[in-house]
Write a protein that binds this ligand. Sequence first.
Ligand code: SF4
Length: 69
Amino acid sequence: MIRIRVNPQVCVGAGQCVRTVPEVFDQRDSDGIVVLLASTAPDERLTYLQKAVKLCPSQAISIELDPKP
Ligand code: SF4
């Protein structure tokens, strides 16, 4: 399982995360700041989540592999 965290304080609303993993990330309608829809994801989504981390221009996303089921 993958644990996902976002830091809305540093998010600049670029939306790359939403385009990359839409089932995990959304943006507030008012200002585009990231909203986390799910704080965990199955391991199969790792490649996409790593891509979202890489594409985020403000390093607002962090992921961590949790060995527990
Ligand atoms: S990609 Fe980063 S900066 Fe852009 S909306 Fe997502 S968390 Fe915010």
